[in-house]
Design a protein around this ligand. Structure first.
Ligand SMILES: [Fe+2]
Length: 342
């Protein structure tokens, strides 16, 4: 068995491979680590066949779908997951063959309704059901402390005490733990009575994760995060450096049009010399009258350089093949002391 642990912030994900067949799965992949999974897989000569999410994550963006698409792998989740892009849905007790590795799915609801632990030999991938020195919270959508109690005390903790646990989060960099060590020292597991345990979980006052609604929305729908949307727009759009634009404006070559896509009050307060104004919100509807010539070179600018990237991508998709976005925005332009007119 080949096992690699990948850390992204407090998130832990895994690359698990069969050393005989070189088939592999990723478990709880995170969106910013996609290239790391691919790199690790090729270093070990592994072919990734599955992307497993132990549950619907509320605090980070799953990469299961991206990996499945890029590598022709299958997304695996519980039957209770609402995500529409899951290829293989598992019931409690189902087994997944990853080459010669046999991963058994054990339904362990509580942190979320779809939480599942995957067990292979003496290793358990516990998702957020059981963490090192903690448990997943139960106050987010579909969480249920009563069910977590049953999942822990009725199922997970009944595994062989030597079973190594691999959770989806670890914030203190601890290498690993076992079921036996957790039973002995995990503070949350010292409340062994149901009522006490449930009361303790209900009393926890943990702040909501930073990306809660966006992560849930994206993970439940398989659609895009705002960062992905911007990254895709940026990947399909050339940029122009502020120094390049400044030099071209100073030379009065008249070979481009600066298009300011901010709102009117921002434009009125100060814009680039000669900049045209067309707010992003009206771009599609007014672009024909504003730019009758589709060959014109348009440099889109906004306050911070993000909306202008979307605007340039929109212009390109409409057939303005010389549209670019400024690398920067009005804020950076002003701070650089470059020319502004009011
Ligand atoms: Fe979670």
């Amino acid at each position: 068995m080949i096992l690699e642990t990948i850390e992204v912030g407090g998130c832990r994900s895994y690359l698990l491979g069969c050393s005989d067949t070189h088939l592999a799965t990723v478990i709880d992949p995170e969106i910013s680590a996609v290239e790391r999974y691919r790199g690790l897989a090729s270093r070990h000569g592994l072919s990734i066949r599955f992307a497993i999410d132990t549950h619907t994550h509320a605090d980070h963006f799953s990469a299961a779908r991206e990996i499945a698409r890029a590598l022709d792998a299958q997304v695996v989740m519980s039957h209770l997951s609402v995500a529409p892009y899951v290829d293989l849905r598992l019931d409690d007790g189902d087994m997944l063959l990853v080459g010669n590795l046999r991963l058994r799915a054990m339904a362990t609801p509580g942190h979320t309704a779809d939480s599942t632990t995957y067990i292979v030999g003496d290793h358990a991938f516990t998702g957020d059901t059981l963490l090192i020195g903690g448990t997943g919270r139960t106050d987010l959508p579909t969480g249920d402390p009563d069910k977590l109690y049953d999942s822990l005390f009725g199922r997970l903790l009944m595994l062989d005490p030597a079973t190594q646990i691999h959770p989806a989060h670890e914030y203190k960099g601890r290498a690993g733990s076992t079921i036996g060590e957790e039973i002995a020292s995990n503070p949350r597991l010292q409340k062994t009575g149901r009522a006490e345990f449930v009361a303790m979980m209900r009393a926890l006052d943990i702040k909501a994760p930073t990306h809660l609604t966006e992560a849930l929305r994206v993970n439940m729908s398989g659609k895009k995060s705002v960062a992905q949307l911007l990254a895709e727009a940026g990947a399909g759009t050339p940029f122009m450096a502020m120094s390049e634009l400044s030099a071209r404006l100073a030379a009065r070559q008249n070979d481009l049009v600066v298009l300011d896509v901010r709102e009117k009050d921002a434009y009125d307060a100060g814009h680039l010399p000669g900049a045209r104004h067309l707010p992003r919100g009206q771009l599609e509807l007014r672009v024909n009258e504003t730019f009758p010539d589709p060959t014109v070179r348009i440099v889109a600018i906004c306050e911070f350089g993000k909306i202008s990237t979307l605007a340039a991508a929109t212009l390109r998709s409409l057939g303005f093949m010389h549209a670019v976005a400024l690398d920067g925005g009005m804020k950076a332009w002003r701070e650089a002391g470059l020319a502004v007119e009011t």
